[in-house]
Design a protein around this ligand. Structure first.
Ligand SMILES: Cc1cc2nc3c(=O)[nH]c(=O)nc-3n(C[C@H](O)[C@H](O)[C@H](O)COP(=O)(O)OP(=O)(O)OC[C@H]3O[C@@H](n4cnc5c(N)ncnc54)[C@H](O)[C@@H]3O)c2cc1C
Length: 493
């Protein structure tokens, strides 16, 4: 299909906010595009977070966050069913260890009632341990919220994007919007890829950089600060809890939790540290020590020796203290979805609904188009097939018989499918099919995945990156390197 000269709507940013909006907008008869500065979707906060579908008792009653959290939570079952994305409504417990914590639990419960969170209960420590036997004997009370759950933040985001793409979304990757020019009734979005993308309406879903994007349009009404959260990821282990375990929140956020992941691992995190550098995703010994201490106070038997990696994510904390979801006062055809800190993952489907309402109010005509397909088929994982299905899959496609990632039992067929669906780097493959996500963290499978990426994409192996940009994995062939070393040694001798 020919690319339109001017798109009806362009979304800046391919995180969960932008991808959920793209999915919903792809339902309407408009030309729709996304401009993303990285090589893939889900590369910002949507890549590194807790993956919790929050029940909705944390956000201040009356806030946009509270409303969209509860609505978003309720939408997750349908979205995950349609998109083939994981969702486990395992429920959450906020643990109270003393009287002060108990008072904080009461406040959370009251907020939850005001926000419309269903089925919460204040329970005793013993009842909490019946629900989750790994809870510390020191926990005296808990707030139980059965509607909380876990998803995979990047699989959910990728699924939204694939579904939007199947319904007509055009995506420009490796294209950071660096400036805006106005012309007639459209904007020209200038990108560092040299490409100019024209739009009648723009959604600003640029995460940490949404304030900079707003300023490009002459709107300086808010700013965004990064707040780092560090994590420890644990290997699959029977000391890990099956439910989400919070401690009482602080002014900095929801506190450190111990939780299962959607893939059967567990994690402890996140810490909360305000920064100025929007690129600082370092992990620190201090962060790890704090996580260990707090995680063990919730789950004393947690096997922290099963830690397989540490990572961190940056929350985009907006200057208003709430989600900023509105048309710009300076530019009515620019709509912000900014300051989307936690619970932004949970709220994403509801934020998308909100954006549709705002765009309509701002004059964009949105008529449902015939043939919109809400269903996206997930990649079928070999390990989840029955024995009979595995045998049939191998007979049909022998690539199912080649295990590439031994830690997670990922086959060549799955990796090839991930590449054909859009993975361009090692991390792109990892997020789609888990190759490199296990105990060895890609130590064994990375060379094979590089070969497959090069083969399927028809590019030289030394162009393959870990996560796009300058993160090339193979720096130079070994033979010239060895020869150079030999020559240097000969020259010195
Ligand atoms: C530590 C931590 C824990 C969290 N835990 C949870 C949780 O358990 N549950 C929950 O609901 N929420 C959680 N959140 C919040 C959630 O992760 C975020 O709200 C959500 O991921 C934000 O998505 P986004 O699309 O708005 O931003 P991002 O995912 O950051 O995406 C923004 C995108 O915009 C792109 N971009 C930026 N500038 C430009 C530009 N100029 N041109 C083109 N592209 C650009 C970036 O490359 C990026 O891909 C957590 C966040 C953190 C950091």
């Amino acid at each position: 299909m020919d690319r339109p000269v001017v798109f009806d709507c362009v979304i800046i940013g391919g995180g969960v906010t932008g991808c959920a909006a793209a999915r919903l907008l792809s339902r309407y008869g408009i030309s729709l595009a996304m401009v993303e500065s990285c090589e893939d979707v889900s590369m910002g906060a949507s890549r590194a977070n807790s993956g919790i579908v929050h029940a909705g008792y944390d956000a201040a009653p009356g806030s946009v966050m509270a409303r969209l959290n509860v609505r978003g939570n309720a939408m997750y079952d349908q979205w995950c069913n349609e998109l083939g994305a994981p969702l486990d409504r395992c429920g959450s417990l906020v643990l109270a260890f003393d009287g002060a914590d108990k008072a904080a639990l009461n406040d959370l419960y009251e907020s939850g009632l005001a926000n419309g969170v269903p089925d919460m209960r204040l329970i005793s420590g013993d009842e909490a341990r019946r629900l989750e036997p790994r809870v510390s004997p020191d926990a005296m009370y808990a707030l139980w919220a059965p509607t909380a759950g876990v998803t995979s933040p990047y699989q959910f985001t990728i699924a939204c994007w694939e579904n939007a793409r199947a319904n007509g979304l055009t995506t420009f990757f490796d294209a950071r919007v660096t400036g805006v020019a106005r012309g007639g009734d459209s904007f020209a979005l200038l990108t560092d890829a040299g490409e100019t993308v024209r739009a009648r309406y723009v959604i600003n879903a640029a995460g940490l950089h949404a304030d900079e994007v707003a300023r490009m349009f002459g709107d300086a009404s808010f700013s965004i600060k990064p707040r780092k959260g560090e994590y420890i990821l644990l290997d699959k282990d029977d000391t890990s809890p099956q439910r989400i375990l919070f401690q009482v929140p602080s002014a900095m956020g929801k506190g450190v939790l111990v939780s299962p992941t959607a893939d059967g691992n567990a994690f402890a995190g996140p810490t909360a540290l305000d920064l100025t550098d929007k690129a600082d995703t370092s992990t620190t010994p201090e962060g790890a020590a704090e996580l260990r201490r707090l995680a063990l106070s919730s789950v004393p038997g947690l096997n922290l020796r099963a830690a397989i990696t540490a990572f961190s994510g940056l929350r985009a904390v907006g200057s208003t203290g709430d989600f900023i979801i509105r048309a710009s006062a300076d530019e009515p055809r620019l709509v912000h979805a900014a300051g989307i800190a936690s619970p932004g993952l949970t709220s994403a489907p509801a934020i998308a609904e909100e954006l549709v309402v705002i765009l309509t109010r701002q004059g964009l005509t949105l008529n449902e188009k015939p043939g919109w397909n809400p269903v996206r088929k997930p990649i079928e994982h070999f390990t989840r097939m029955t024995r009979e299905r595995q045998a049939a899959a191998i007979a049909e496609n022998p690539q199912y018989g080649h295990i590439i990632c031994r830690c997670e039992t990922v086959t060549e067929a799955e990796i090839v499918e991930a590449i054909h669906r859009g993975a361009r780097s090692l991390d792109g493959v990892k997020r789609r099919v888990r190759a490199g996500m296990g105990r060895c963290q890609g130590g064994f499978c990375a060379p094979r995945v590089i070969e497959l990426l090069a083969r399927e994409r028809g590019v030289p192996m030394d162009t393959i990156t870990k996560f796009g940009g300058s993160s090339r994995v193979l720096v130079s062939p070994i033979r010239p390197f060895v020869n150079n070393r030999v020559n240097e040694q000969e020259a010195r001798a």
